[in-house]
Write a protein of this length. Structure first.
Length: 387
């Protein structure tokens, strides 16, 4: 049974200073800090400009007593036994398999597209083998798959692309799928079975007491000191440290000397509602996508995710925008080329290590960030010259 703490001591003055200064208290920074403190016995200072730990995965109880994710839904899933075992040191789990419906042509249909999606949308009674033939008949030949549009039309055809993908992608990214790298829509599979789970990973679960409690346990080591509401630039020259682990935007670290890397941001509209009498929820599943109607992309009801029993319920509406906190690196060739310039600069710094989604300019899932951070820790501890 873990003992969680919700407050952290201010850094104690020390002539020796800190072995490592970690910038950012999200997944990347917290995992690195915990490993350095517990395994390498380092003194670690974690600095974050926000007033809380956990980065975008931070959760809290709102005024109604509902556990919500202020920065949108974070649903944990992984195929990595090592990542799951590591995080299990700091939390127990609630099994949860996420399901998503898409509002299309007046129906709520399973997403990713599966056998039931096609049968209900078109009034058919296909089986799995016939669905494969259906996709093949409607697919458009693409000589070279380069864009997000290519990925979808080459697999399922133009109509399903228009109904499920194009509008959602245009809202989410502010660009047409034909202008985006193939990786965007390649993340969403198409199935010929009735499997309506959004993810098929081996491990699918939510931290039993929430993400914040997990991060509190992760950062509870006495060798870790934490400074919140603090820009690392304000303290980097005031406190002695030997090495820095930086998890923020890489272009910001270099003062945008080559220009700003584009990100998509989000506005989150949180709403507390009372379900109808005798009902616990207002949505049939955790998330409903809106590819073609409304300005928002999706609506998530948190009680599906958390398993909380409560008379009220909380939903979040996600409104994509171009300016604001950086959430999603925009996957285009010219942006990757710009990132490479910053990456080249970063590789010349022997006393700074860059880790995480923003520092790597990649759309990582939470488990991928944890895996990257664990690998980075091992590399930092490897003897000089070792590979």
């Amino acid at each position: 049974m873990h003992t969680y703490r919700s407050t952290f001591p201010a850094p104690a003055a020390s002539a020796a200073g800190y072995d490592t200064l970690v910038v950012g208290a999200g997944f990347a920074g917290s995992v690195i800090a915990e490993r350095l403190a517990s395994q390498a016995r380092q003194r670690v200072l974690v600095v974050d400009k926000r007033p809380h730990i956990g980065g975008n995965a931070y959760d809290r109880y709102d005024d109604a007593g509902l556990l919500v994710h202020p920065y949108g839904p974070h649903i944990f899933h992984t195929n990595s036994a090592d990542v799951f075992a590591y995080l299990s040191l700091f939390t127990r789990w609630r099994p949860y398999q996420h399901r998503v419906l898409a509002s299309v042509d007046g129906q709520l249909l399973p997403m990713p597209i599966n056998l039931d999606t096609v049968n209900r949308l078109y009034g058919l009674q296909l089986n799995a083998f016939e669905l494969d033939d259906f996709f093949a008949r409607h697919a458009e030949k693409v000589d070279r798959v380069r864009t997000s549009e290519d990925v979808v039309v080459a697999r399922v055809g133009r109509d399903l692309y228009e109904k499920f993908f194009r509008g959602y992608t245009r809202k989410q990214w502010g660009l047409d799928p034909s202008e985006l790298d193939a990786s965007v829509t390649a993340r969403v599979p198409t199935r010929t079975t009735r499997d309506d789970r959004y993810f098929t990973d081996t491990y699918q679960a939510m931290p039993l007491n929430g993400y914040t409690r997990m991060f509190e346990a992760m950062l509870a080591h006495p060798n870790i000191h934490l400074m919140l509401n603090t820009d690392y630039r304000d303290v980097v020259h005031l406190l002695p440290w030997k090495h820095m682990v930086y998890t923020g935007p890489i272009d910001s670290f270099f003062d945008h000397r080559y220009g700003k890397l584009p990100y998509r941001s989000l506005d989150f509209e949180h709403v507390t509602l009372q379900p109808l009498a005798g009902q616990a929820f207002v949505q049939p599943v955790g998330t409903v996508n809106h590819p073609n109607d409304h300005l928002y992309t999706r609506v998530t009801e948190f009680k599906h995710l958390t398993g909380q029993t409560h008379a009220a319920t909380s939903l979040v509406y996600e409104h994509p925008k171009s300016l604001g906190d950086p959430y999603y690196p925009v996957p285009r060739a010219e942006n990757t080329a710009l990132f490479r310039r910053y990456e080249t600069e970063s590789e010349e710094l022997s006393d700074v290590t860059f880790v995480g989604r923003l520092a790597s300019y990649k759309y990582y899932n939470m488990d991928q960030v944890v895996a990257q951070s664990l690998s980075t820790f091992k590399r930092l501890q490897a003897p000089a010259g070792a590979t």
